[in-house]
Design a protein around this ligand. Structure first.
Ligand SMILES: Cc1cc2nc3c(=O)[nH]c(=O)nc-3n(C[C@H](O)[C@H](O)[C@H](O)COP(=O)(O)OP(=O)(O)OC[C@H]3O[C@@H](n4cnc5c(N)ncnc54)[C@H](O)[C@@H]3O)c2cc1C
Length: 503
């Protein structure tokens, strides 16, 4: 296909790539998406084993509430239509060794009461946290499809929220998960806050997470990740977009400070007026463009900013119902009888996600269960130097996890029908994400300025190459990837003097 001035070649059919295609089509661009895998969704994925579905992504979808401004992106991209969301009462549970349990309720009032009961001596820290959560419920940006008077009302509300909470907001942004956890004097509360949040991650995001849970704007979609990815794919195709699977992009072709198109790994060249990479940021800049188009800021980012860690993701199909357990957003963490080395780290507890909120994930009477642990990409890369050792390690880990689960769920060993182990290399192989990261950049106090001053989406030194998705939006996540694509298409429309359309 020849390039024309309205052609957009998009690399990657994850949420950002497909959304770029959708908004591109809605604005009259000829779009072609090239995806290396044979299915849509990128990190928003799941796989089937012996009748079980093991979901490697969705825990909560921000913008699930029709009353929220983020909901419009889910309608525009076809994800919201016909989707059923559930709102568990509990985000997660963190069980202690001596019989006490921290329950992270979704309702902020209930959470406050429970935490105060657990540790009255931490009242100040608890109340401060809940105040922060309530502050975050006040921030709701106007949506593109809001009627003018609603936009006006929401803009006014946002203005006053920033006036009232600006200072406090900045205060929270500068506190990391670890710093906040260390404020608790109760050891279990300290441990629980450390367990549910990444130590370097700014605590302000935890406040937002609990704010969205409280206002029921972060529901779990029944069916999980894959139906959402398929819905995006369907919307894109329905709008006339071209989608090519099994098409890995090797290079972005450039001449005189402009891209002329892309080259696939099989040598096929595709001309384009503009190239959008919605694939991994590191691969885009350092492989597809050979590291030739980098400014000091971008280089620093790839050298210094911390990533969401890579994952050791163990899935189990269990012939058991777990009716005695609460439904949670992200599971239960329990202490091990003694510390155990799993892969590259010594673990003192095990986080378990029991999919009892979604009957579609397992055959009748059975349950899908996952254990998600952080694990170093380098460790696995080294193991893979001998593939037989790598495979053996995965096998050993599956057995270890089942043995440890027996401590909390007696009898489970006999009930496990299938196990599946995905490593950081699995995530890297299937999605191309740098070091197997599951969400791109962590927001830390050092890069939190990107929340108010978004990162540039143009590749430095090239006039018509753009990026969207989690590698240009610290914090990552599904809504962010869609909003990133939308932001980019607004820019492109502006460059072409067109009025942006989202429907
Ligand atoms: C375990 C887990 C839990 C998560 N939980 C949540 C959650 O509850 N809520 C939430 O909002 N987010 C969650 N996320 C994060 C979310 O999945 C990601 O932030 C989001 O999917 C990123 O989308 P993206 O389109 O930016 O990137 P990706 O999904 O990485 O898409 C990039 C695409 O580009 C393709 N690609 C890469 N290189 C090439 C190439 N050279 N040529 C062609 N194609 C290429 C890849 O195959 C992929 O399809 C979770 C992620 C994981 C792994």
């Amino acid at each position: 296909m020849a390039s024309d001035e309205k052609s957009l070649v998009i690399i990657g059919a994850g949420f950002a790539g497909l959304a770029a295609g959708i908004y591109g089509r809605l604005n009259g661009y000829n779009t072609q998406v090239y995806e290396m895998h044979n299915q849509p969704g990128g990190l928003c994925t799941a796989w089937k084993r012996k009748g079980y579905t093991f979901d490697a992504c969705i825990h909560w979808l921000v913008g699930s509430s029709p009353d929220s401004s983020q909901h419009s992106i889910w309608k525009e991209t076809g994800v919201a239509q016909g989707r059923e969301f559930v709102y568990p009462d509990e985000y997660c549970r963190c069980e202690g060794a001596e019989g006490r349990t921290v329950i992270f309720y979704s309702d902020a009032g209930k959470l406050e009461e429970h935490l105060l009961q657990l540790s009255p001596r931490d009242a100040d820290t608890i109340r401060d946290f809940i105040r922060g959560v309530k502050m975050c419920t006040q921030f709701d940006f106007p949506a593109d499809d809001d009627p003018p008077f609603v936009r006006f009302r929401k803009s006014l509300k946002m203005f006053f929220a920033f006036m009232k909470y600006g200072k406090e907001f900045r205060k929270w942004t500068n506190i990391t998960g670890e710093e906040f956890a260390n404020r608790f004097s109760d050891p279990l509360l300290k441990e629980a806050f450390m367990e549910i949040w990444i130590p370097e991650f700014s605590i302000v995001f935890m406040l937002f997470t609990f704010a969205w849970l409280h206002i029921r704007n972060a529901g779990y979609p029944i069916g999980g990740s894959m139906p959402m990815s398929k819905a995006l794919e369907e919307r894109y195709i329905e709008l006339g977009g071209v989608l090519n699977y099994n098409s890995k992009v090797a290079r972005i072709l450039t001449t005189d400070g402009r891209a002329t198109g892309i080259r696939l790994v099989d040598g096929t060249e595709i001309p384009a007026a503009r190239v959008i990479s919605a694939a991994d940021g590191h691969a885009t800049l350092f492989n597809m463009l050979d590291g030739k188009y980098l400014d000091a800021k971008t280089r620093e980012q790839y050298e210094k900013w911390p990533l969401f860690h890579s994952l050791l993701f163990v899935s189990l199909g269990v012939n058991r119902k777990f009716d005695d357990l609460p439904v949670t957003v992200s599971g239960i963490s329990f202490p091990l009888k003694e510390p155990v080395m799993i892969a590259d780290k010594v673990r003192e507890r095990l986080p378990v996600h029991i999919y009892n909120q979604d009957p579609t994930m397992a055959p009748e009477g059975k349950t899908a269960v996952t254990v998600m642990l952080d694990s170093d990409h380098e460790y696995w890369k080294k193991l893979y130097e001998d593939p037989a050792v790598y495979v053996q390690k995965k096998d050993d880990i599956a057995k270890t996890i089942v043995r440890l689960l027996e401590q909390r769920f007696p009898g489970i060993t006999e009930q496990v029908e299938v196990t599946d182990v995905a490593t950081p290399l699995t995530f890297e192989r299937y999605t191309g994400n740098w070091k197997g990261s599951f969400e791109g950049w962590i927001i830390t106090p050092e890069n939190a300025y990107t929340m108010t001053k978004p990162m540039p989406q143009m590749v430095p030194g090239l006039k018509n190459v753009y990026m969207c998705g989690q590698w240009v939006e610290p914090g990552g996540g599904l809504p962010t990837s869609i909003m990133s694509a939308k932001r980019l298409l607004k820019t492109i429309c502006k460059e072409d003097g067109r009025k942006f359309r989202s429907t």
